[in-house]
Ligand binder design. Structure first.
Ligand code: FMN
Length: 270
């Protein structure tokens, strides 16, 4: 499976087959994670956690034998850097037929934080189980997917704009950027809120975070910024597929945006 197919095919997997992964599969994912960079240039340390060794479980996941967790310094843009890198790892696992679920909320944090030896000043934004999907979803998984409407996404024209926020970008008019934007649209996000908005202007794609009400006052830590990092990764993969180089920059173009919609980062498209 190619990385593009992985981005199109991926879904959260919450029911696993109860079998451990092979040592060489775990090594492949760990090696990929250890060499994965992010455009914010913030280092992240990746840890594999055997469920039996650390007595780990999470409420909505079943049949899992392994988790991956990441820890990093709690610095500016940590969320987006984590989102970008972890999604690359998630998609790499998908190419190997290994399922994942981003977990920021449904876990006992202190247990996982202890297992990875989280130090003062560090943060462990998310974890994910790693394993082979079971043949059938558990009832809990089915209910969870319905609860967050996991199989639906907002429309193209609600997410993407041409020149300014007054002009929605129709899918037929996206030209060579269609694949990149399609992959952003399919990306996973916390509670499936899809907070990413993109304005295409002057050969650049500008990424904004449209904060949901519950996160409007998130000042110290904002889980929806993780979603923006995920969107950056998906866009870059889709753009590369069309032969477009996406050069990262943070330079606010000053496009008027609604209150609660915040500029995050841009790609210069070449
Ligand atoms: C940052 C982030 C945090 C998430 N946290 C949780 C979580 O705590 N528990 C959970 O079951 N799913 C969690 N998810 C998974 C989302 O609910 C899921 O990606 C979304 O509903 C879309 O479904 P899909 O991944 O199957 O496409 C999280 C996803 C992201 C990106």
């Amino acid at each position: 499976m190619t990385i593009i197919e992985a981005a199109r095919h991926r879904r959260s997997v919450r029911t696993f087959d109860g079998k451990p992964l092979k040592a060489e599969e775990i090594k492949k994912i760990k090696d990929f994670a250890d060499s994965a960079a992010n455009p914010f240039e913030i280092p992240i340390e990746w840890v594999m956690l055997d469920t039996e060794e650390y007595s780990l479980s999470t409420p909505v996941i079943s049949g899992e034998k392994l988790y991956i967790a990441g820890k990093m310094k709690r610095v500016k843009n940590a969320e987006a850097a984590f989102g970008y890198t972890f999604e690359k790892i998630v998609l790499f696992a998908e190419t190997l037929g290994i399922g994942t679920t981003w977990i920021a909320g449904t876990m006992k944090r202190e247990i996982f934080e202890q297992a990875i030896n989280l130090a003062d000043g560090e943060v462990m934004p998310c974890i994910s189980p790693l394993g082979r999907p079971a043949a059938k979803m558990s009832l809990r998984e089915t209910v969870m997917r319905k609860g967050v409407k996991a199989d639906t996404r907002l429309g193209f024209e609600e997410l993407f704009y041409d020149f300014d926020f007054d002009t929605p970008l129709a899918e037929e008019k996206a030209g060579k950027l269609k694949t990149a934007l399609e992959l952003v649209r399919l990306a996973p996000s916390a509670v499936n809120k899809q907070p990413w908005r993109i304005v295409i202007k002057d050969g650049r794609a500008h990424f904004y975070e449209k904060k949901s009400k519950a996160h409007a006052n998130a000042d110290s830590w904002d889980v929806q910024k993780i979603d923006i990092g995920i969107a950056l990764a998906h866009f870059e993969i889709g753009a590369a597929h069309e032969g477009i180089t996406a050069e990262f920059e943070i330079s606010d173009p000053g496009i008027p945006a609604a209150q609660g919609t915040q500029y995050m980062a841009s790609f210069v498209l070449k």
